[in-house]
Design a protein around this ligand. Structure first.
Ligand code: AMP
Ligand code: MG
Length: 355
């Protein structure tokens, strides 16, 4: 009996000591998680490691700073001044984005075009007053959009009267690229950053398994955890564009925010969402590329999007991969994601792997 008491005493001593000092903590599993509403989007950033708290709050500062300079709804931003007709001396971020946007416009045959701003405004997507514009207004603005090309001179960058730019199709991807740089600087071993449809799955999960990134079922937009499937990803960007993300209804018809620069109307390509996935470690700028391409490929439609992917496979194999969801109930996944994508069996979609 005495022995029982002495071992019970020893055990309780050990337990109380562990309670005081805690078991040894693996610094890589220390976690911070913050929620931010910025760029008109609810965001969640979870960081791990010794410097997780510093990195999480620095991430918020970074995103807010980019928004203040790049948003066209922030009156004092460089983009707003440019859109008001001023000549603006671009900082490094704006300079990079303008250069990349011009490059993506060319590469996507004009589907991605930041000059789309006047049309996005005419449809009311920068305000709460959505409306279907007159056909004549759309025709007039199509010309403006087509001619928009920011002019760069020694004095700065400028636009012609009536022209304006909208970085909404690329800014969150750019922010995700900057977050990857920040995580590297803070030596963050793993993190999950969800900037709306732009996901950065940094490293792996604390148990060494891949991050699980749900691909929203576009047919059930408001529902949480209503996925068409799950992507299992380590060190990757996954960027989704879809008509379900922002839209309004008029006379029983739905109009969404991704405008086809060829028609001036919301794209009707037969796709309901496009997810572009790329490695976030081996090449720079892939978050921005995924963002621009997801917008553009949504406009292009299935056939052109797959041709586009195959062309890139010829130039730079495995640079990015795609998950396309079609209006007729298919999920089309390119070869590089065959092992990473799991269809949600209850979703009703059929899966096609293409090469
Ligand atoms: P995303 O969600 O990345 O596909 O971007 C959609 C946003 O990009 C819209 O809300 C607009 O601000 C902007 N946008 C719409 N159409 C286009 C387009 N054809 N090219 C570039 N940006 C666009
Ligand atoms: Mg985009």
């Amino acid at each position: 009996m005495r022995r029982f008491f002495s071992s019970a005493l020893a055990l309780s001593l050990v337990l109380s000591l562990t309670a005081c000092f805690g078991p040894p903590v693996d610094p890589d599993t220390v976690q911070e998680s913050i929620q931010v509403i910025a760029m008109d989007t609810p965001m969640v950033i979870s960081t791990y490691g010794r410097r997780s708290t510093g990195a999480a709050y620095a991430s918020e500062d970074l995103i807010r700073d980019l928004e203040a300079r790049l948003s066209r709804t922030e009156e004092d931003s460089a983009v707003s001044r440019l859109n008001r007709g001023e000549t603006v001396e671009p900082d490094e971020d704006l300079n990079t984005l303008l250069r990349l946007a011009a490059c993506f416009r060319e590469r996507t045959g004009g589907a991605f075009n930041i000059g789309i701003a006047p049309l996005v405004s005419a449809w009311g997507f920068t305000t709460d007053h959505n409306q279907v514009p007159d056909r004549s207004e759309i025709d007039r603005l199509l010309k403006v959009v087509d001619e928009t090309a920011p002019q760069i001179s020694p004095e700065g960058v400028s636009l012609e009267p009536g022209q304006s730019i909208d970085l909404g199709g690329i800014a969150k991807g750019y922010a995700a690229d900057k977050l990857a740089d920040l995580f590297r600087e803070y030596e963050i071993p793993r993190a999950m950053a969800q900037l709306g449809g732009n996901v950065l799955a940094w490293g792996d999960r604390p148990d060494g398994s891949p991050w699980r990134v749900g691909v929203q079922d576009p047919a059930r937009p408001g529902e949480q955890n209503a996925f068409a499937g799950i992507l299992n990803l380590k060190n990757a960007f996954a960027v989704t564009s879809g008509g379900y993300q922002r839209y309004f209804e008029q006379d029983g018809k739905r109009y969404h925010h991704i405008i086809d620069p060829a028609t001036g109307y919301p794209a009707e390509s037969g796709l309901t969402s496009v997810t572009v996935v790329a490695d976030c470690v081996s090449d720079d700028g892939m978050g921005t590329l995924c963002d621009a391409f997801s917008t553009a490929l949504f406009i292009m439609g299935e056939e052109k999007a797959l041709d586009f992917w195959r062309e890139w496979q010829g130039v730079s194999p495995s640079l990015f991969d795609l998950v396309l969801i079609t209006g007729d109930g298919r999920v089309v996944v390119t070869q590089g994601l065959a092992e990473s994508f799991t269809l949600d069996e209850g979703s009703g979609y059929t899966l096609e792997i293409v090469s």
